[in-house]
Design a protein around this ligand. Structure first.
Ligand code: FES
Ligand SMILES: [Fe+2]
Length: 445
């Protein structure tokens, strides 16, 4: 099996002076790389692990129901206020520390499920007479309600995405935030796409594994052929097909980009991958003006070894809603997404375990020349982690009750309800499409 793996990897040669077969060659490549690296700044990316994250899709929000998630272990709740503006508050009621999970949004005000404290969009308590039942008389109530308030983060709604400016330091007034990071640099429009030309499908998946490993997976071209070769519908994405690519990598202040071009097809582009820190990966082919698809993946660090991915697949073809519905295109595409994620999941979990155990550092993982983008990503991650260290802002104890995290884990594969729902409705729809014409025929006869 190991030989087979090596033989298959031998077939995949990306770049001019990279090879994964010879140790001495690797050694030379490494020396050359480290020499080149000495001249390069270790991390040219401006944005660190704190900043703008796309955290959910607009269609996920339900009116009157608080939407809960965690970011770097910190519980948060998103809801829409009276003016339909989005609010993101720390999920902590200042009365006695309950969560707003199970609470309500009434007239645009967030209501705690424990004793009924209500909060306006600026985080002030609004049921000033009593936060709880009026028939309980407390002479000491005084101005209690005017002394409690919520803590917030900046939250924006752009192009069906909901973004949070996450700093790890929620504030009572949004005016106190100093936004140093440009949200616009994450938009595909900023480098030439007109998103209105595309239709899209979306899948959200929760992984019980390290956030950083999933991002690594999504910028890693090598595993595509090996892990997803039988699932991704592209003739060249196949472990048995021998294709060689040249790799061009650029690092700018807002992104790392890697372009892969066929060596033997006149340098035609196979794919390009952009990492837009902290959490976005964009994948497409060719010039933005003629790329038929774009894939946007957003990675949300929920908590220790729990991460969410929102994947959207934008396309210029199959845009007609009636036809896509008729052909069950959406459901079929969701099946592909779920399968691709399931293929990655076991690997990501084992990597997470090895990382948790300290083996990844200790055994000094050695990257290939082809892994240059991955290397650049880890350069960024490590320096950002030292600078921002978001995982230390709200460290969890091993005996911490994880109810909030469990509730925050909404999607497969940790909870594969959606996979089952999708498969069931696919089956029913296929059955209907077969039975209706047969029914017609029977009636006619
Ligand atoms: S804990 Fe929220 S109202 Fe008491
Ligand atoms: Fe993958």
């Amino acid at each position: 099996m190991k030989d087979e793996v090596l033989a298959q990897l031998n077939d995949l040669k990306i770049g001019k002076d990279t090879s994964i077969t010879s140790n001495s060659h690797n050694e030379n490549s490494r020396k050359k790389e480290s020499h080149a690296k000495a001249k390069e700044p270790s991390n040219q990316l401006k944005n660190g692990l704190l900043g703008w994250y796309a955290v959910c899709s607009k269609r996920e929000l339900k009116e009157d129901t608080p939407y809960c998630l965690t970011m770097f272990n910190e519980p948060l709740v998103i809801y829409r206020d009276k003016e339909s503006n989005l609010r993101c508050v720390k999920d902590l009621c200042p009365h006695r520390g309950a969560s707003f999970i199970g609470g309500e949004v009434i007239d645009g005000e967030l209501v705690c499920p424990y004793h009924g404290a209500r909060f306006s969009s600026n985080g002030e308590c609004t049921n000033l007479n009593r936060i709880t039942c009026n028939h309980i008389v407390d002479d000491n109530y005084n101005n209690y309600a005017s002394k409690i308030h919520l803590y917030q983060y900046i939250c924006k709604e752009i192009g069906d995405y909901i973004y949070i400016y996450y700093t790890g330091n929620a504030k009572t007034s949004l005016k106190d935030f100093e936004v140093t990071d440009q949200l616009e640099t994450r938009f595909v429009e900023s480098y030439g796409f007109d998103i209105s030309d595309y239709a899209y499908e979306e899948v959200i998946v929760d992984f019980k594994c390290d956030w950083a490993r999933i991002v690594e997976n999504h910028i890693d071209i090598l595993h595509l052929f090996w892990v997803h070769g039988e699932t991704i519908p592209d003739n060249d994405v196949n472990r048995k097909v021998i294709t060689s690519f040249n790799q061009e990598i650029t690092r700018e202040k807002n992104q790392i980009e890697s372009k892969y071009k066929y060596k033997d097809k006149g340098n035609k582009e196979f794919i390009r991958i952009k990492f837009l820190p902290p959490g976005r990966v964009v994948i497409y082919k060719g010039d933005p003006s003629d790329s038929r698809y774009i894939q946007i993946l957003d990675h949300i660090p929920l908590s220790n070894n729990q991460a969410r991915v929102i994947v959207r697949h934008y396309r210029k073809f199959m845009k007609n809603k009636f036809i896509t519905e008729l052909l069950l295109f959406k459901k079929l595409q969701h099946r592909v997404f779920y399968k691709v994620f399931a293929e990655d999941y076991m690997i990501l979990r084992t990597q997470t375990y090895n990382n948790q155990m300290g083996f990844v550092e200790k055994d000094n993982i050695k990257l290939l020349g082809e892994d240059k983008m991955v290397q650049y990503y880890w350069d960024w991650f490590k320096s950002s982690n030292i600078k921002d260290n978001p995982w230390e802002l709200f460290p969890t104890n091993t005996d911490t009750n994880t109810v909030h995290q469990d509730i925050a884990m909404l999607y497969p594969p940790a909870n594969n309800t959606r996979v089952k729902e999708n498969s069931r409705s696919l089956f029913i729809n296929i059955l209907i499409r077969i039975l209706i014409p047969i029914g017609f025929l029977v009636v006619l006869i």
